[in-house]
Design a binder for this molecule. Sequence first.
Ligand code: COA
Length: 154
Amino acid sequence: MDEADIPRVAEIESLQNQVPWSAQSFADALRYGWHCRVLKDAAGLVLGYCVTMTAGDDEELLTITVRPDLTRQGLGKLLMQEVLAGAQQRHAGQIFLEVRESNQGAIRLYEQMGFKIGGMRKNYYPIPADPLMLRPAGREHALLMSLSLGEAQP
Ligand SMILES: CC(C)(COP(=O)(O)OP(=O)(O)OC[C@H]1O[C@@H](n2cnc3c(N)ncnc32)[C@H](O)[C@@H]1OP(=O)(O)O)[C@@H](O)C(=O)NCCC(=O)NCCS
């Protein structure tokens, strides 16, 4: 990912996430030297992206997203393979992530890659109010998942 990708990345982010990162957050991630990757088609259009950061001897997956019209076509798995390959190159011992308890699709993807649930942060994520559904703002638990890189699935 570079600066030029950020407007499109932020647009996809706003379509796919309840509490999206801003364009500034992605710019900061680049500035901090976090590992920001984009998946593009042959014409250079952004299909998805992921951001990880090195945390001591380990790595943390901060965000991963696929364009809404392109989900369930294997692109999330491709991005996760990129996450694993990058972490292995950097000799990370484990990869950690947090995921909304309700995000069963993402949880299944992570489990497919070999991640295991190791804990929970109660009421961690905000749920924005939805006036159309008459739903007030709330909170949701986060599941903590991790993968020891020796156990990564191919
Ligand atoms: C989560 C996300 C990245 C998955 O990307 P994707 O391209 O759809 O994933 P893939 O097509 O590679 O799916 C791989 C496997 O994950 C599981 N999976 C992915 N999405 C799923 C869904 N909605 N329901 C059930 N299983 C799902 C399936 O096991 C799938 O394999 P299959 O299609 O052969 O059954 C994508 O749905 C997304 O961008 N979601 C919004 C952002 C988000 O929630 N990110 C994660 C934050 S922690």
